[in-house]
Write a protein that binds this ligand. Structure first.
Ligand SMILES: [Zn+2]
Length: 488
């Protein structure tokens, strides 16, 4: 009986069918005497209806459950039974690009293979592949990726250059095969060559942080600029925004990346290739001999690359690189724990920018949101702190595949190392002390605080803020944060 109606129709009419007595449909509604509701119910379910009264809360809850089950049906995987391996392999990348996915996961389960896409940072079910086709699908992808087809017991990796038959665009994909108890799992990371390049202004830093990032960070002659965050936090986009800003005819820019993700006109980019020995160890000394002004290292991953970055900065270069830590202070501590002399850190590091990507609320289905007591408790603010803010959440619609979100925005924490912070590093003080000094002497706002500012202006939800941003200490109230961020 639920096939004939939608959750939207139920909530508009405040009624929901709850069961059947013989051939009559039982309807629960909040106002059984309403003739209009009676008419609508008969229109949808026929003349034989029994209309009963229920309180509005339970009707609303039942409609909500109905809504969730409809969403689950819509996103449940569809089998690809009729397709052969060749078709699957050809179609998957096209569909992933159309869906805006960053990764394609092919996961062997006990009796089938599950395909999921990661879109806007979240895994979404896509399809399933029958067990009898799995071997040929994986085999085909191994050939394309240049991996060893006969090797099934070792992890492998490779790359696939795929030409989109629809757009003719070349798409670079990095393949990783991982041996699991049910067979090989494959993840394809989609490295699109035509990813939109953002300017520093478009990254989503607060007005104050944008100004400081240009003036105190990018426009300084030398030193290390560190961009930090977990995988998938948008570090690469930020790195390329910086490169693009610095790229000019008067500057020589050289990179060592693993791999080159976007091609930038006018700079010398190198993709590391560990298999043939083109690694950081052999590349870094070669870079310095190339007489660069700006050196871009894809990532600091060990003592060697950290020391190389410092050496390059000491010899007057500007060094841009990324790091894998939770927040800005975490980066300082991690460098200090790598047994690097504190005076080297304090004399070369210019700034640390920590970042995350949060999902943006869908424009087509956003509605006002009242913070729940649970949310307030987890953030550590009161309802009054959110007075005159524009908190929103997405209800879910066709346009956003019923997720309530579309696209992502960056949230940042910019620490520019001033004399006091440098001194604290030099003295090798505790993390608590470095954190305290950074807050008191710079106008830094934390990831959580910037997330709250973005939620308060209706760009993302409190749910996203709580789920993704580290909470080191209680955030300051929004009225204090706005002037710090330069928001009126
Ligand atoms: Zn929507």
């Amino acid at each position: 009986m639920l096939e004939t109606v939608s959750p939207k129709w139920c909530s508009e009419n405040n009624l929901i069918p709850v069961g059947r007595i013989e051939d009559r449909v039982v309807i629960a509604c909040t106002d059984p005497d309403n003739q209009e509701v009676k008419r609508k119910a008969k229109e949808a379910f026929g003349d034989k209806v029994i209309i009963g009264i229920a309180n509005s809360k339970s009707v609303a809850e039942t409609i909500h459950v109905f809504e969730l089950s409809r969403k689950a049906q819509k996103t449940s995987p569809k089998p690809l039974q009729k397709n052969d391996a060749k078709q699957v392999v050809e179609k998957l990348p096209v569909e992933a690009i159309e869906a805006g996915a960053s990764d394609i996961h092919l996961e062997p389960l006990k009796d089938q293979m599950r395909v999921r896409f990661r879109c806007d940072g979240v895994m979404m079910p896509h399809s399933v592949i029958d067990k009898d086709k799995v071997v040929s699908v994986i085999g085909r992808l191994k050939v394309l990726a240049g991996a060893d087809i006969s090797e099934k017991r070792q992890h492998q990796d490779g790359r696939i250059l795929f030409e989109n038959p629809v757009t003719g665009q070349n798409v670079d994909m990095r393949a990783s095969f991982y041996v699991t108890i049910f067979g090989e799992k494959l993840v394809l990371r989609v490295l699109s060559n035509k990813v939109e390049m953002l300017s520093v202004d478009q990254l989503g830093l607060t007005p104050k942080a944008t100004e400081s990032f240009y003036h105190d960070v990018l426009d300084t002659p030398s030193g290390i600029i560190l961009i930090t965050g977990p995988t998938g936090s948008g570090k690469t986009t930020t790195l390329y925004s910086c490169i693009n800003y610095l790229n000019s005819i008067e500057r020589s820019i050289i990179t060592a990346e693993d791999p080159v993700e976007y091609q930038v006109e006018g700079i010398s980019q190198c993709s590391l290739n560990i298999k043939i020995g083109v690694d950081y160890k052999s590349t870094l000394p070669a870079m310095v001999r190339q007489d660069p002004d700006v050196i871009v290292l894809g990532e600091i991953r060990d003592n060697f690359s950290a020391e190389a970055a410092i050496q390059a900065a000491l010899t007057g270069h500007k060094v841009l690189t990324t790091f894998h830590t939770e927040d800005t202070i975490g980066s300082l501590l991690r460098l200090m724990n790598m047994n690097i002399e504190t005076f080297l850190i304090s004399s070369t590091l210019v700034s640390v920018l920590a970042q995350r990507l949060l999902r943006k609320i869908c424009d087509h289905c956003s509605e006002p949101h009242m913070p729940t007591s649970g949310e307030l408790k987890r953030i550590g603010l009161t309802k009054a702190d959110f007075a005159d803010t524009n908190l929103l959440s997405g209800k879910g619609c066709e346009k956003c595949h019923f997720s309530g979100y579309a696209g992502r925005i960056g949230v940042y924490e910019l620490l520019v190392l001033n004399e006091q912070v440098k001194d604290a590093i030099l003295r090798n003080t505790s993390s608590y002390e470095i954190r305290r000094i950074s807050f008191q002497t710079s106008e830094m706002t934390t990831l959580l605080e910037e997330g709250l500012l973005k939620a308060a202006s209706g760009q993302t939800t409190l749910h996203e803020v709580i789920r993704h941003l580290p909470r080191m200490e209680k955030p300051r109230p929004l009225r204090e944060l706005r002037p710090l961020a330069g928001i009126r």
